[in-house]
Design a protein around this ligand. Structure first.
Ligand SMILES: *Cc1c(COP(=O)(O)O)cnc(C)c1O
Length: 387
């Protein structure tokens, strides 16, 4: 009897100390183990590791899924965005010193793509409700040197409307999508990645469609742009050893293309699982210390890469959740304009108050396909008990 009770207690304690992970990549990927393992083995045995059949298959499936004529596999999401801007410079659409409008609260990679090309990022504050660039504020930031708007579908939520489209037409601006966080999101029947002139995708392992390492892609509508980006990603060469441009080496490994091609088939289902979790958090988290994100009226516009809550007691809340075995992250603690890397932009605290307040109050909760109902329930209950 005594022994029995003791072991029961041990089991319960064991259950209690299990950490709810922010993201369990092992679980996410092992679900597809048989197919991924056999595709990887085939690539290994084929002896062909770059610019081959797997890239072709994945690019064809990706462009069909997004609904665009061109998809180009590249090495990572940052390169995808760098290559788009580099191609526009080669085409004479823009030149170093020109300006690109970008949200102030994005991940620093969006800005790095701009500044690596000698272009100037013009930061615009986000809308407090969507956390996406405030489209109403864009026009006031357009100058004679503005050549493009880089929208970022941050946290997986689409940012797009007719006004944005009209602004691009009126001022002859390229619309570039940083689609690193939002693969699968739709504006009406159009998927992110097909909304602008060109889009950069990241398949970093933690993204909604994640590789087993770094990977990325560009999608676009224009044939000439696509051909140029493909060449730029391969040393600026479209014919072996004939170099028309000073390009980069930014190719997608065949191994990664094979993995991504398997996982692409499940992206809608996995995004739906994320949306289900978001809906539970939204309806069941009730705590006055916490501001919840909003579900767009059209639910398809959000694929919930991140579920970001805000609280004035953010640091305390994060510690409390850690103490209760719930892992959270902060996206992102310091906005680009306050990073040492961008000292030369001469920005100071207070220049982008909404962005800065978001950085101080935001906290990302676990949300991933495979997170169990019991774990979601625990996150909700623990947060509701926070004072
Ligand atoms: C992840 C990410 C990138 C960069 O992608 P990498 O594949 O890591 O280079 C760019 N922009 C945003 C918004 C991202 O979240």
């Amino acid at each position: 009897m005594f022994l029995h009770m003791k072991s029961g207690l041990a089991i319960r304690q064991n259950f209690y100390v299990r950490m709810i992970k922010f993201l369990d990549l092992q679980q996410v990927n092992l679900k597809h183990a048989p197919e991924i393992e056999s595709r990887l083995l085939n690539v290994f045995r084929s002896g062909w590791y770059l610019l081959g059949e797997q890239n072709q298959i994945f690019e064809n499936n990706l462009k069909a899924y997004i609904g665009v004529p061109h998809a180009i596999g590249v090495a990572n999401g940052l390169d995808a965005l760098r290559l788009i801007l580099k191609a526009y410079i080669e085409l004479g659409v823009m030149k170093p010193g020109d300006e690109v409008i970008v949200p102030a609260n994005t991940y620093i990679a969006s800005l790095l793509a701009i500044t690596d090309n000698g272009l100037i990022p013009v930061l615009v504050e986000p809308d407090e409700n969507t956390c996406n660039i405030d489209i109403q504020q864009i026009e006031a930031n357009i100058t004679s040197r503005t050549k493009a708007i880089m929208i970022v579908h941050l946290y997986g939520r689409i940012v797009f409307d007719e006004m944005l489209k009209e602004l691009c037409q009126k001022y002859q601006l390229k619309l570039i999508e940083d689609n690193a966080q939002a693969i699968g999101a739709r504006y009406g029947n159009i998927r992110s990645g097909a909304l602008g002139d060109a889009a950069g995708f990241s398949f970093y392992p933690g993204k909604n469609l994640g590789a087993l390492g770094d990977a990325g892609a560009v999608t676009c509508h224009d044939d000439e742009l696509a051909t140029l980006i493909r060449a730029l990603a391969n040393y600026g060469s479209s014919k072996k050893y004939i170099n028309d441009y000073t390009g980069l080496n930014s190719r997608l490994d065949e191994l990664q293309a094979a993995v991504l091609d398997v996982k692409l088939k499940f992206i809608d289902d996995e995004n739906a699982q994320r949306r289900q979790i978001a809906k539970r958090y939204l309806s069941e988290i009730k705590n006055e210390e916490i501001l919840l994100p909003q579900m767009p009226v059209n639910e398809d516009e959000h694929v919930w890469h991140l579920f970001v809550i805000r609280s004035k007691k953010r640091n305390q809340l994060q510690q409390y959740l850690t103490d209760h075995q719930i892992q959270t992250l902060i996206h992102y603690p310091l906005p680009p304009h306050l990073q040492k890397a961008y000292e030369y932009l001469n920005k100071k605290p207070g220049d982008y108050p909404i962005t800065e307040q978001m950085a101080e109050t935001c906290l990302s909760l676990p949300i991933w396909p495979g997170l169990t109902d019991a774990d979601v329930a625990k996150v909700i209950q623990v947060i509701n008990d926070f004072k």
